[in-house]
Design a protein around this ligand. Structure first.
Ligand code: DGL
Length: 269
């Protein structure tokens, strides 16, 4: 077997993709990763499809320039505009394919809620992909745009977050769904508040967990070659520096890696 020490590139508009990176670090401790947070242009969820595609291509080109072996689009909004499985010869993973497959498999009463950014809800990507797996599923969606700044602010389990979650989600709760897709990678940070609204009997689908399974399959089939020992540095690139980001990033992924976390301010344009 040949080993490939190149890092896996992971990107999001901001902090949300770290919920995906966290799962990847947990599942693939021997791999190297480079994370890109496009903090200068956050949020993506209120932008048009064309703008999101443009940003996505710029981010993928940036990561390709850093010699990655694969790209994980750790942003649902960007994933709505990723239609290819390879970008310039590199395997590309979007979070919507594995998330929708998992939701279709998990629901028992065939009633699924998708909570996401406005752009993701508008794209109807989840509804189409869930139906491709299981046409009989009824899919209900809601955009929760205030969840992104709450996650970036670090108000993950806070009375105000609980109130906003209740306001956004009470309509969906009334639909008697048994599965809720956290279709924005920021939302797993607010899992406690979201679970409180729906109750513990409802499954929450997290893109990070879903995509880790997909990568594991591709390592087995050798679409991707494994690394056999990670280096000493985890690089987090940001298009705009921010101390709040750094603090949250260390709290989020620090426990999942022995590597030194290094921040770099970059331009992707
Ligand atoms: N984390 C991103 C997602 O998964 C969106 C956040 C944003 O609006 O930039 O959709």
């Amino acid at each position: 077997m040949s080993f490939d020490p190149r890092p896996i590139g992971v990107f999001d508009s901001g902090i949300g993709g770290l919920t995906v990176l966290r799962e990847l670090l947990k599942n693939f401790p021997d791999e190297n990763f480079i994370y890109l947070g496009d903090t200068a242009r956050l949020p993506y969820g209120s932008k048009s499809a064309d703008t999101v595609r443009k940003y996505t291509e710029q981010n993928m080109n940036f990561l390709k320039g850093r010699d990655v072996k694969a790209i994980v689009v750790a942003c649902n909004t960007a994933s709505t505009q990723v239609f290819e499985t390879e970008y310039e010869g590199l395997p590309v993973y979007n979070v919507i394919d594995p998330g929708s497959e998992l939701a279709a498999r998990m629901t028992e009463n065939n009633r699924v809620a998708v909570i996401a950014t406005r752009a993701t809800v508008k794209s109807e990507s989840y509804t189409k992909k869930i139906h491709a797996h299981k046409p009989e599923v009824e899919v209900f969606s809601a955009a929760c745009p205030l969840f992104v700044p709450l996650a970036e602010e670090g108000w993950h389990d806070d009375p105000i977050t609980n109130l906003i979650a209740f306001r956004y989600l009470q309509g969906l709760k009334a639909q008697d769904v048994d599965t809720v897709v956290l279709a924005c990678t920021h939302y797993p940070l607010l899992k406690t508040a979201i679970q409180k609204v729906f109750g513990n009997h409802v499954n929450l689908v997290d893109s990070g967990e879903a995509i880790a399974k997909l990568l594991a399959q591709d390592f087995s089939s050798q679409r991707l070659n494994k690394n056999n020992k990670s280096g000493d540095k985890l690089l987090i690139c940001l298009t705009d520096a921010g101390t709040q980001f750094e603090k949250l990033a260390l709290a989020l992924v620090g426990d999942f890696t022995d590597q030194r976390i290094v921040f770099e301010t970059v331009s992707v344009i």
